[in-house]
Design a protein around this ligand. Structure first.
Ligand SMILES: *Cc1c(COP(=O)(O)O)cnc(C)c1O
Length: 372
């Protein structure tokens, strides 16, 4: 035993070099720990920092989970029932649909399916962080085409980046509505980008909150280079259960079936997804209520001299903070039991993002702001 000790090398030396060099991911604090830290019971915390649905899941989800008889049996690797229910909901045949352990898992699958070290994606920041995170985990390069100051996409710059980058990027990630600003990608712009020689991934995590041209999921069957990602986390209140899905061209589905973890989606998430799809009128009422709160939030924030909110088609409002520190504002709200997301990084200097909540939560936020 002791003699062998000298042969030992630190295991960290055996880890992939690119991973060993990566920075540690700042974890999200668990809600119960946060409640202790804030010295407030969970019910007293106004959590508007992660775009979660304050109404929670449909009551039918709790019933379905309580009644589910087969927790000891492995899930259906093909998710046949859920995919059929999703086909009705999305309006695309089940063969195009692949559920995932959150939409996040599908972003990871796409990166690992396409990227070898040295391959590249195009990312359009400020946007959701998982595209660049997962691309780098696969050893991929991230080519950044920044959005304009108003957060609109610079289509010409994306086209130029695709034409001029060597080797040619393989994936383009777009988010509509975009997180963190809530702006939509127009169908005209998307049609133009689909002419590019790469796979275009449109993340529609918030599309249920949007008005206008609507989802592009129905384009997938006739568009071989389009993938659409969706999730139950926001509109259906299932963020903690982890359930997303993608609509993929059949050519990709063939490979994803070989590639995915057989039991990636667990039976609880599956039962919850099915129960949600059976309770659409209620969930749609809640979505409508959240949209009303988003619009009220926007109007109220616009009346505050040091805040400049952006019009949003999602369940949150991004605000530029002018003439005072967003970090200090974030801290002051935290002390009053109100959590918002704060940013201070390139493209998002001195911003806060506030999720739409229940009317009484908006009231608490506005009272807290008024008292500062
Ligand atoms: C929240 C969010 C997701 C995450 O979806 P999950 O199904 O919870 O993994 C994906 N994309 C965007 C843009 C998001 O904001």
């Amino acid at each position: 035993m002791d003699e062998r000790k000298s042969e030992r090398i630190p295991m960290s030396q055996a880890i992939r070099k690119d991973v060993a060099r990566m920075e540690t991911y700042a974890p999200v604090k668990p809600f119960d720990a946060l409640s202790r830290e804030m010295g407030r019971p969970a019910e007293d915390i106004v959590k508007l920092d992660a775009n979660e649905n304050p109404y929670g899941p449909s009551p039918r989800v709790r019933e379905a989970l309580a009644a589910y008889p087969w927790y000891h049996i492995y899930p259906d690797p093909q998710q046949t029932r859920l995919r059929e229910a999703l086909a009705d909901y999305v309006g695309v045949p089940a063969e195009y649909i692949l559920p995932g352990h959150g939409a996040d898992e599908l972003i990871d699958y796409l990166c690992r399916l396409f990227l070898m070290p040295g391959d590249a994606i195009i990312n359009c920041p400020p946007t959701f962080g998982m595209y660049s995170f997962d691309a780098r985990l696969s050893g991929g390069e991230v080519i950044e085409v920044w959005r304009r100051e108003d957060f609109s996409l610079d289509i010409g710059a994306v086209e130029k980046a695709v034409r001029e980058s060597e080797p040619r990027p393989k994936l383009l990630f777009l988010t509509s509505p975009n997180n963190p600003d809530g702006g939509l990608l127009s169908h005209v712009a998307l049609r133009r980008l689909l002419r590019l020689p790469l796979l275009v991934v449109v993340d529609e995590a918030y599309i249920e909150f949007a008005e206008g041209e609507g989802s592009v999921a129905s384009w997938v069957p006739e568009t071989p280079n389009l993938v659409v990602l969706r999730t139950f986390s926001k509109w259906a209140g299932l963020a903690g259960l982890r359930l997303g899905y993608g609509i993929f061209p059949l050519e990709l589905m063939e490979h994803l079936w070989k590639f995915k973890q057989p039991y990636n989606v667990n039976v609880a998430a599956t039962a919850a997804g099915l129960a949600s799809l059976e309770d659409l009128p209620l969930l749609r009422e809640r979505v409508a209520a959240l949209k009303r709160e988003r619009d009220r939030l926007y109007t109220e924030l616009a009346a505050i001299p040091y805040l400049q909110p952006l019009a949003s088609q999602a369940n949150f409002v991004l605000c530029r903070v002018v003439g005072r520190s967003a970090a200090a504002l974030h801290r002051a709200l935290f002390k009053q039991g109100v959590l918002v997301r704060y940013y201070d990084k390139p493209g998002l200097r001195n911003f806060i993002r506030i999720s739409a909540g229940r009317p009484e939560q908006t009231d608490r936020l506005l009272q807290a702001l008024a008292s500062l």
